[in-house]
Design a protein around this ligand. Structure first.
Ligand SMILES: O=C(CO)[C@H](O)[C@H](O)COP(=O)(O)O
Length: 231
């Protein structure tokens, strides 16, 4: 059911793509449906260029026959379409469940529009139920973790910081060669304060709070598609 909903949201987003667009291609199971839908349209004659947000998406897009570029060659994108782990009604997001938050944020920030595609279960009244991914440099991991814990404490936030691990038990390593600490916060009352202060900690590369980046969202529910913001 959830996969059918993800595909429905992705296919609606694919309808927004027109000839000549420079596209940011997101990462995750919902974004993969979008890449597949764009692949089908490219095989039907659509001309676009894509900038992938992960190695996994790059490989999928190549298999789909989508022309690819890099952000260095194509620094201004028209539209990025990506999934999310949570979003609220102000289009604030938690991303990074799939580990691609750093490239996803750089690509979204380089886009005129960012449209989130998700099944309706990702919509929440308040962010934070989903653990917040914080990408950190492996060097000094313990020191960085302690600095994050002190910051959370100063903001009266509690919650465990868990080093993300791969299936073999080794630390999960991002495409950029970093680790991820998942912050189990339960609720985030002041996302802007948390976002800006996390960015000040040496060793923190990026975090999964996407604030002011998404311009629209397509949410697929059992009752149909719900659209938020501007598509
Ligand atoms: O942020 C992400 C990857 O870093 C994904 O967009 C997010 O995890 C949602 O994934 P899915 O569409 O598989 O539910």
């Amino acid at each position: 059911m959830s996969d059918t909903l993800k595909r429905a949201a992705a296919e609606r987003a694919a309808q927004l793509v027109t000839d000549g667009m420079r596209l940011g291609l997101g990462t995750g199971s919902t974004a993969a449906h979008f890449v597949a839908a764009i692949g089908a349209r490219v095989r039907g004659g659509l001309k676009v260029v894509g900038v992938p947000t992960s190695e996994a998406t790059r490989e999928q897009a190549l298999r789909e026959g989508i022309s690819l570029s890099t952000l260095d060659e194509t620094p201004d994108l028209d539209l990025t379409v990506d999934g999310a782990d949570e979003l609220d009604d102000d289009l604030r997001l938690i991303k990074g469940g799939g580990g691609a938050l750093l490239r996803e944020k750089i690509v979204a920030s380089s886009s005129q529009r960012m449209i989130v595609i998700a099944d309706g279960s990702k919509r929440v009244p308040k962010l934070g139920r989903f653990p917040l991914p914080i990408e950190v440099v492996p060097f000094g991991l313990t020191a960085t973790e302690r600095a994050i814990a002190r910051l959370l404490d100063s903001l009266s936030m509690t919650g465990e910081l868990r080093l993300r691990r791969a299936a073999d038990g080794a630390p999960y390593v991002t495409d950029g060669g970093h680790f991820i600490l998942d912050a189990h916060l339960g609720r985030i009352d002041k996302p802007n304060v948390l976002a800006s202060t996390l960015n000040n900690i040496p060793g923190v590369v990026e975090h999964g709070l996407f604030l002011g980046l998404a311009t629209g969202a397509i949410l697929a529910t059992a009752d149909g598609l719900v659209e938020l913001g501007q598509l």
